[in-house]
Design a protein around this ligand. Structure first.
Ligand code: ROI
Length: 164
């Protein structure tokens, strides 16, 4: 057993499906993350309602961020996240880029690792642009310095707010 790594995961949903509405998708994801193997859920932000970024002709989103401590490798963690998405009916092969989704789980940060692999870029490449990620992340970790950016989450959020 090695030492767990603190990872941050973003949750988003703006679509009702046969399985439920956005709040139920977020709740199901939180439950699944709380049960994740080789991992402990350490903190969950409040669930916020946000205007869609990207195409505007879609419903508002619910967004949240969680912190976990995990001994899963990044790729294994990503696979678990995609599995949870699929359990809520998400089919990434049949959707438009930046369109509505039942459940979106993004691996934002994995300790201080920087990873550039097909399908797995950490820190998440659009983290600093997205207040719907920065605001809930700031609740959990305002003083965390984002690897590669050299700024804290709080600084990035403030910068983003003043750019709006
Ligand atoms: N906009 C908001 N507000 N929240 C999201 O989670 C979200 N996810 C997306 C795009 C389409 C970029 N817009 C979003 O994937």
């Amino acid at each position: 057993m090695h030492i767990p790594t603190r990872a941050y995961i973003a949750l988003g949903s703006n679509l009702t499906s046969g399985l439920g509405d956005p709040r139920s998708h977020i709740q199901a994801a939180l439950d699944a993350l709380a049960r994740l193997d080789r991992s402990h859920l350490r903190a969950a932000s409040t669930i916020i309602e946000t205007d869609p970024i990207g195409p505007q002709d879609q419903p508002r989103y619910l967004n949240a961020v969680v912190a976990i401590d995990t001994t899963l490798e990044p790729r294994d963690l990503l696979d678990r996240l995609l599995e949870i998405e699929r359990s809520r009916g998400r089919d990434r092969t049949r959707e438009q880029r930046w369109g509505p989704r039942t459940l979106d789980l993004d691996l934002l940060l994995y300790g201080d690792l920087q990873i550039q692999e097909p399908g797995l870029i950490v820190p998440h490449p659009r983290l600093a642009e997205r207040l719907f990620v920065l605001a809930p992340l700031e609740e959990l970790a305002p003083d965390l310095v984002v690897p590669g950016l050299g700024q804290t989450v709080g600084q990035l959020a403030a910068r983003r707010r003043s750019a709006l």
